[in-house]
Design a protein around this ligand. Structure first.
Ligand code: NAG
Ligand code: NAG
Ligand code: NAG
Ligand code: NAG
Length: 459
């Protein structure tokens, strides 16, 4: 009885696999067959919310998960994550704040310096294109680029598993004033004047000066002074005179008053950081550059690279993996499944098609994607990505598990099908082993598959 049932199950599973193959064979290489309207594509995340907008930059967030109905079916277990896009003009500062969510920042374009509180110390890291850094929930951070040059584009995962559940995430500004308000402003004035040991006038000056919003432009003068101070800090050991000089300058620079606040609010005196630096700087996690590493897989048709906690240990804290894929024109990342993780992706270059399959072997989505599009693929759902013939397709994203995900490929050399090749599989498909071999072994490439020459299509 039960073995008959098992065989039935197996047969169903295999017909699903066959369907995936069929899907790949018939529509895969062109990607131009009946492509659904995006608005009906359940695995595209389209509605981005503008969370911050100033003349100096903006933050947009695309909330994780598809339509609520997909979730209510309860068929899949997913952890929640949003995808954030931070854009900063040259010579700007994202003022100090902490969030109720942890972030993994990925520098897509441009360069910046990120400062954050790590083990009670302010640490700063220079980030360049391809760098990844983890900012824990509750850790105050800022982001700055003092130079002229490129705009900064950052893509980040916003892991809201520890969030207050208010909006996509909640910011608590430390630096601030009229707009945005600093969290300090919520305390009674007498508490603040006592805590800071300053007069009410001084306190009001400090909390009433910022009008620029969360991302502010820096004047050349301020930017230069920041650079000078940073340079001194970087190149010299502090003598007493330098410490004094810094202190004076900080008081002069209204904008930078928050530095003092930061150390006051978060414990320690304002000289804390410098004093400790004399004994050697804190060892905060270094950023990890995705482009410095060799791909995990590469052939003539593209490459893939995935980062988990074994490669970059800060990922363990957030339980999020990072990946990047680059397909040459017309190539496809073979139909595959993530057995352990839900995947979020952002198209960072080019265009193409994404196909997703329901457990019952029907097409769940066949959508055209282009740069900036965000998609998500629930755990267990078979899917594939295909670059358009006009150019390479590059996408970057996050998986909800920092453990090794090991995607299972359904088609191609090294796929589940080729590994399972045998009488069981043949019977499952209801064909002879020879017939099965002919079909399964026809594709010599694995993981990333070439496009078919145009004249052979549906030949
Ligand atoms: C700011 O960005 C430019 C490139 O646009 C880069 O050369 C410079 O080093 C960056 N500055 C900082 C402080 O990150
Ligand atoms: C407060 O400031 C005054 C000088 O303005 C100083 O004499 C006093 O020691 C300070 N108190 C504390 C607790 O730092
Ligand atoms: C992706 O591949 C294209 C060529 O196919 C190349 O021009 C591009 O630089 C690659 N992207 C990355 C991030 O290496
Ligand atoms: C397959 O499953 C999807 C989602 O559960 C459903 O919408 C669709 O109607 C099903 N199709 C068939 C043929 O069972």
């Amino acid at each position: 009885m039960s073995s008959t049932r098992n065989r039935e199950e197996m047969k169903r599973l295999l017909s699903l696999l066959l369907l995936v193959c069929a899907l790949a064979a018939t529509t895969g290489f062109g990607g131009d067959d009946e492509v659904n309207e995006k608005s009906t594509s359940p695995f595209m995340l389209e509605k981005s919310e503008q969370v911050v907008k100033t003349e100096a930059g903006e933050v947009r967030v695309v909330r994780g998960f598809g339509p609520a109905s997909m979730l209510e079916r309860g068929a899949f277990s997913i952890s929640s994550m949003h995808i954030g896009f931070i854009l900063m003009e040259p010579k700007t500062l994202f003022i100090p704040q902490y969030l109720d969510s942890s972030l993994i920042l990925f520098v897509h374009r441009g360069e910046a310096k990120v400062g954050w509180i790590y083990k009670d110390e302010l640490v700063e890291k220079q980030l360049k294109m391809g760098d990844i850094i983890h900012i824990p929930a509750g850790s105050t951070f800022y982001m700055i680029n003092t130079s002229r040059g490129q705009r900064l584009h950052v893509i980040c995962s916003i892991d809201n598993s520890e969030s207050l559940g208010d909006g996509p995430y909640q910011s608590f500004f430390i630096g601030g004033g009229r707009r945005p308000a600093s969290v300090l402003a919520g305390f009674h004035m007498s508490t603040l004047t006592t805590a800071f040991n300053i007069t009410e006038e001084e306190m009001q000056m400090m909390l009433g000066s910022q009008y620029g919003g969360p991302i502010v432009l820096l004047t050349s003068e301020v930017a230069e002074r920041m650079d000078r101070r940073r340079h001194r800090r970087d190149t010299r050991r502090k003598g007493m005179l330098d410490v004094f000089y810094d202190e004076v300058q900080q008081v002069e620079e209204g904008v930078w008053e928050w530095r003092k606040l930061l150390s006051n609010v978060l414990g320690g005196s304002s000289g804390d950081r410098r004093n400790k630096n004399k004994g050697g700087p804190v060892r905060a996690p270094e950023p990890y550059n995705l482009y410095d590493r060799n791909p995990d897989f590469r052939n003539d048709y593209g490459w893939t690279l995935a980062l988990d906690e074994h490669d970059y240990h800060p990922l363990k804290h957030s339980d999020i993996g990072v990946y990047i894929v680059n397909l040459t024109a017309g190539s496809m990342l073979a139909p595959h499944v993530n057995p352990r993780a839900t995947e979020y992706g952002v198209v960072t270059r080019g265009s193409g098609t994404i196909q997703v399959v329901f457990p019952n072997g029907t097409s769940a989505m066949n959508a055209e994607v282009a740069e900036g599009d965000v998609f998500w693929i629930p755990r267990y759902f078979p899917f594939c990505q295909i670059a358009s013939r006009s150019g390479p397709l590059e996408f970057f994203g996050f998986t909800t598990s920092a453990r090794r995900n090991r995607p299972q490929f359904l088609v191609g050399a090294s796929s589940v099908l080729s590994k399972m090749m045998g009488p069981e599989l043949a019977v499952g498909f209801g064909v002879t082993e020879e017939q099965l071999k002919e079909v399964v072994n026809a594709q010599r490439e694995g993981v990333i598959l070439p496009s078919r020459p145009l004249h052979e299509r549906r030949g």
